[in-house]
Ligand binder design. Structure first.
Ligand SMILES: *Cc1c(COP(=O)(O)O)cnc(C)c1O
Length: 405
């Protein structure tokens, strides 16, 4: 199978798969909790490696595992002290699940960063106009005056979106947020491993193992700067994140609400989960230690170079237009279909007829998308010859009326 789908789930190495299988064997042989205890150092090493990739001011003690980046974002949002009416800055190309979590908090006032036509935050306009009302990027509203960045309680956006091959100017935005005293949660699910996320002045980060880190499914993480964590509450109350509740009878002995309160455990474990697939974390540890033996900058450069070659090979084939600039410094390549050709059907045909793995991205993935796209995302294991195969297959199966056999 030709694997051009790292943005969905990178192909894990033989060693990463073996590490998970070994751990599962140990769970059966020695007992699951014994095996977990034995894996303590390995899993702590994975947290340290994640911290090292994210920023010089972090250590492994500032990182906790979660089930996924989405679960990590949900925990952060639940824990963040946001009062009613708090303004939260987002981007029009926000990840759909993050946006659902934000929208479910109807007391929050969501505003947008100004963006260019590819959904990238426009720093010059941000400095000039500030944050804009929701939906401003569509240009259908009368231009409204923006509010200054300093009026935000929180900003949150993906460093790299899942539906377009662009990179947000995260360092520039983070510097402005820091200067304005605004916390930034940076979603690095689609960035870590393919672009440099190091040293960005965010307050917290969420990410996932299975994409550009080529780790297993079922492991995500949250990192919080050590000077921020004490301001946060509990992510999801459990015996792993909060102190056990002591029940106090209500004052005066009348029935009603007692004195029970949820108090976070010290440090970032307040954002963690208890029961989880430890094998996934062990597998991630292997993937990260393999990455650490490489020159991470060279890995990123190869991914970007491959994506450029892919855009050159497939852009314009059978009427499919590139969704970003040909030289965009990002491993994600997106293709907008000609006419009403359905990327879902074409992605299926590419897999079934030509053995090429890609992803169809539905329009609902991000509110900025006007139509669905086909996403191609090569990791270091891809070869230029595979893009020629993709171009041929797209020419055959990507045309209106092409029917798989
Ligand atoms: C994939 C993705 C997520 C969610 O990651 P999960 O581990 O699936 O929850 C969040 N943000 C972006 C930008 C993504 O691409």
């Amino acid at each position: 199978m030709v694997h051009l789908d790292a943005a969905a789930a990178g192909r894990p190495t033989v060693a990463t798969v073996a590490a998970q299988a070994d751990h599962l064997q140990r769970e059966a042989r020695a007992g699951a909790y014994v095996a977990e205890l034995e894996a303590t150092d390995v899993v702590a090493g994975a947290r340290s490696r994640l911290a090292a990739l994210i920023g010089p001011e972090l250590t492994g003690d500032d990182v906790v595992f979660q089930y996924s980046a989405t679960a990590g974002f949900a925990a952060l949002l639940a824990a963040w002290p946001l009062s009613a009416g708090a303004r939260v800055g987002i981007v029009p190309g926000d990840y759909g699940a993050n946006l659902l979590l934000l929208a479910s908090r109807s007391e929050l006032d969501l505003v947008e960063f100004p963006v260019d036509r590819l959904g990238r935050i426009d720093i010059a306009r941000l400095d000039r106009e500030g944050m804009l009302p929701l939906g401003s990027h569509r240009g259908t509203r009368a231009p409204a005056r923006g509010v200054g960045l300093e009026n935000l309680a929180l900003a949150a956006f993906p460093h790299v979106p899942s539906q377009r091959g662009v990179v947000q100017p995260a360092a520039e935005v983070a510097a402005r947020c820091a200067a304005a005293g605004v916390d930034l949660v940076l979603d690095v699910a689609q960035a870590l491993g393919q672009v440099d996320v190091g040293g960005i002045a965010a307050s917290a980060w969420v990410g996932t193992a299975r994409k550009w880190l080529c780790g297993p499914r079922g492991a995500g993480f949250v990192a919080v700067r050590p000077d921020v964590i004490d301001r946060l509450g509990v992510g999801a109350p459990s015996l792993y994140s909060a102190h056990p509740v002591e029940l106090h009878p209500p004052a005066g002995g009348t029935a009603g609400r007692g004195g029970a309160a949820v108090r976070p455990l010290a440090g970032p474990v307040r954002l963690s989960v208890g029961e989880a697939s430890v094998a996934s974390r062990v597998g991630l540890a292997t993937a990260l230690s393999e990455l650490a033996t490489e020159d991470a900058g060279a890995v990123r450069a190869r991914i970007t170079a491959l994506a450029r070659l892919a855009r050159r090979a497939v852009g314009g084939v059978a009427g499919w237009r590139l969704g970003e600039e040909p030289d965009s410094p990002c491993g994600i390549v997106t293709l907008c279909p000609p006419g009403d050709v359905d990327p879902l059907a074409v992605s299926r045909a590419l897999y079934q007829e030509a053995g090429i793995l890609t992803s169809p991205i539905p329009a609902g993935r991000a509110p900025e998308l006007t139509g669905p796209v086909l996403r191609v995302s090569p990791h270091v294991y891809a070869t230029p010859g595979e893009f020629e195969l993709l171009a041929e297959a797209l020419d055959r199966w990507g045309r209106p009326g092409a029917r798989p056999t």
